[in-house]
Design a protein around this ligand. Structure first.
Ligand code: SME
Length: 150
Protein backbone atom coordinates (compact mmCIF):
# COMPACT_ATOMS: atom_id res chain seq x y z
CA UNK A 1 0.00 0.00 0.00
CA UNK A 2 1.33 3.49 -0.81
CA UNK A 3 1.39 6.25 1.80
CA UNK A 4 -1.42 7.97 -0.10
CA UNK A 5 -3.56 4.83 -0.04
CA UNK A 6 -2.81 4.32 3.64
CA UNK A 7 -3.91 7.90 4.43
CA UNK A 8 -7.15 7.31 2.56
CA UNK A 9 -7.70 4.10 4.51
CA UNK A 10 -7.06 5.94 7.80
CA UNK A 11 -9.61 8.55 6.70
CA UNK A 12 -12.16 5.83 6.03
CA UNK A 13 -11.62 4.28 9.48
CA UNK A 14 -12.02 7.66 11.17
CA UNK A 15 -15.07 8.46 9.04
CA UNK A 16 -16.76 5.28 10.18
CA UNK A 17 -15.99 6.14 13.81
CA UNK A 18 -16.65 3.91 16.80
CA UNK A 19 -14.72 2.94 19.92
CA UNK A 20 -12.03 0.95 18.15
CA UNK A 21 -10.67 3.50 15.67
CA UNK A 22 -7.21 3.69 17.24
CA UNK A 23 -6.88 -0.09 17.26
CA UNK A 24 -8.04 -0.25 13.63
CA UNK A 25 -5.53 2.41 12.55
CA UNK A 26 -2.72 0.60 14.38
CA UNK A 27 -3.61 -2.72 12.73
CA UNK A 28 -3.86 -1.15 9.28
CA UNK A 29 -0.49 0.60 9.43
CA UNK A 30 1.42 -2.34 10.87
CA UNK A 31 -0.14 -4.70 8.34
CA UNK A 32 0.23 -2.55 5.22
CA UNK A 33 3.63 -0.90 5.67
CA UNK A 34 6.17 -3.64 5.49
CA UNK A 35 9.02 -2.00 7.39
CA UNK A 36 6.74 -1.19 10.38
CA UNK A 37 7.66 -4.28 12.39
CA UNK A 38 5.99 -3.23 15.64
CA UNK A 39 3.63 -0.29 16.02
CA UNK A 40 1.94 1.06 19.11
CA UNK A 41 0.18 4.16 20.36
CA UNK A 42 1.12 5.50 23.78
CA UNK A 43 -1.30 7.86 25.51
CA UNK A 44 -0.23 10.54 27.98
CA UNK A 45 -1.61 10.10 31.48
CA UNK A 46 -0.14 12.65 33.88
CA UNK A 47 3.64 12.38 33.53
CA UNK A 48 3.57 8.95 31.95
CA UNK A 49 3.08 7.39 28.56
CA UNK A 50 0.74 4.43 28.82
CA UNK A 51 0.64 1.86 26.04
CA UNK A 52 -2.67 1.72 24.19
CA UNK A 53 -3.35 -0.37 21.09
CA UNK A 54 -0.32 -2.06 19.55
CA UNK A 55 0.37 -4.59 16.83
CA UNK A 56 3.45 -6.69 16.22
CA UNK A 57 4.99 -10.08 16.79
CA UNK A 58 5.59 -9.60 20.53
CA UNK A 59 4.35 -7.59 23.51
CA UNK A 60 6.69 -4.96 24.96
CA UNK A 61 7.58 -4.80 28.64
CA UNK A 62 7.50 -0.98 28.36
CA UNK A 63 3.81 -0.45 28.98
CA UNK A 64 4.39 2.72 31.06
CA UNK A 65 7.23 5.13 30.23
CA UNK A 66 7.86 8.31 32.23
CA UNK A 67 7.84 11.44 30.03
CA UNK A 68 11.54 12.26 29.50
CA UNK A 69 12.75 8.64 29.46
CA UNK A 70 13.71 6.70 26.35
CA UNK A 71 13.17 7.83 22.79
CA UNK A 72 9.43 7.78 23.49
CA UNK A 73 9.75 10.02 26.51
CA UNK A 74 12.03 12.43 24.63
CA UNK A 75 9.48 12.91 21.85
CA UNK A 76 6.70 13.44 24.38
CA UNK A 77 8.78 16.02 26.27
CA UNK A 78 9.82 18.00 23.18
CA UNK A 79 6.71 17.53 21.05
CA UNK A 80 9.02 16.73 18.12
CA UNK A 81 9.30 13.60 16.01
CA UNK A 82 12.32 11.44 16.86
CA UNK A 83 13.93 9.33 14.14
CA UNK A 84 16.62 6.89 15.29
CA UNK A 85 18.44 5.24 12.39
CA UNK A 86 20.45 2.92 14.65
CA UNK A 87 18.88 2.20 18.02
CA UNK A 88 22.06 0.58 19.30
CA UNK A 89 23.90 3.90 18.88
CA UNK A 90 21.35 5.98 20.82
CA UNK A 91 21.93 6.01 24.58
CA UNK A 92 18.32 7.06 25.21
CA UNK A 93 16.93 3.91 23.60
CA UNK A 94 14.90 1.59 25.86
CA UNK A 95 15.25 -1.85 24.32
CA UNK A 96 12.10 -3.86 23.68
CA UNK A 97 12.90 -6.39 20.99
CA UNK A 98 16.32 -7.80 20.07
CA UNK A 99 15.43 -7.57 16.37
CA UNK A 100 14.80 -3.80 16.37
CA UNK A 101 17.32 -1.73 14.38
CA UNK A 102 15.58 1.65 13.95
CA UNK A 103 12.69 3.57 15.46
CA UNK A 104 10.43 6.57 14.85
CA UNK A 105 8.31 8.28 17.49
CA UNK A 106 5.73 10.83 16.34
CA UNK A 107 3.98 12.96 18.98
CA UNK A 108 0.22 13.34 18.78
CA UNK A 109 -0.77 16.86 19.79
CA UNK A 110 -4.19 18.31 20.52
CA UNK A 111 -4.64 22.05 21.06
CA UNK A 112 -0.91 22.49 21.61
CA UNK A 113 -0.56 19.69 24.17
CA UNK A 114 1.06 16.28 23.54
CA UNK A 115 -1.67 13.73 24.26
CA UNK A 116 0.06 10.65 22.87
CA UNK A 117 2.46 9.32 20.30
CA UNK A 118 2.90 6.77 17.57
CA UNK A 119 5.92 4.52 18.21
CA UNK A 120 7.23 2.28 15.45
CA UNK A 121 10.14 -0.16 15.63
CA UNK A 122 11.65 -1.58 12.47
CA UNK A 123 13.85 -4.61 12.06
CA UNK A 124 15.56 -2.71 9.22
CA UNK A 125 18.31 -0.18 9.90
CA UNK A 126 17.36 3.42 9.04
CA UNK A 127 13.88 2.34 7.94
CA UNK A 128 12.23 5.73 8.44
CA UNK A 129 12.69 8.52 5.92
CA UNK A 130 11.09 11.89 5.22
CA UNK A 131 8.05 10.26 3.64
CA UNK A 132 7.38 8.18 6.75
CA UNK A 133 7.78 11.24 8.94
CA UNK A 134 5.38 13.36 6.84
CA UNK A 135 2.89 10.51 6.54
CA UNK A 136 2.91 9.67 10.26
CA UNK A 137 2.71 13.32 11.32
CA UNK A 138 -0.44 13.60 9.18
CA UNK A 139 -1.85 10.41 10.73
CA UNK A 140 -1.08 11.85 14.18
CA UNK A 141 -3.08 15.01 13.36
CA UNK A 142 -6.00 12.95 12.14
CA UNK A 143 -6.17 10.64 15.15
CA UNK A 144 -5.48 13.31 17.82
CA UNK A 145 -9.15 13.83 18.72
CA UNK A 146 -9.34 10.09 19.50
CA UNK A 147 -6.41 10.21 21.93
CA UNK A 148 -7.84 12.36 24.71
CA UNK A 149 -7.70 10.27 27.86
CA UNK A 150 -6.49 12.44 30.67
N1 SME B 1 12.18 1.99 22.36
C1 SME B 1 11.28 2.87 23.09
C2 SME B 1 10.48 2.11 24.10
C3 SME B 1 9.21 1.55 23.56
S1 SME B 1 9.41 0.13 22.64
O1 SME B 1 10.15 0.49 21.39
C4 SME B 1 7.95 -0.46 22.18
C5 SME B 1 12.07 4.01 23.72
O2 SME B 1 13.29 4.03 23.64
O3 SME B 1 11.45 4.87 24.32
Amino acid sequence: MTYHEALEAVGRILGEGGDEVLREVVELLQRELEQYSWLGIYLVEGNELVLGPWQGPEATEHVRIPVGQGVCGAAAASGRTEVVDDVNADPRYLACFPSTRSEIVVPIAHEGRVVGEIDIDSDRPAAFGDEDRAFLERVAELIAPHCLVG
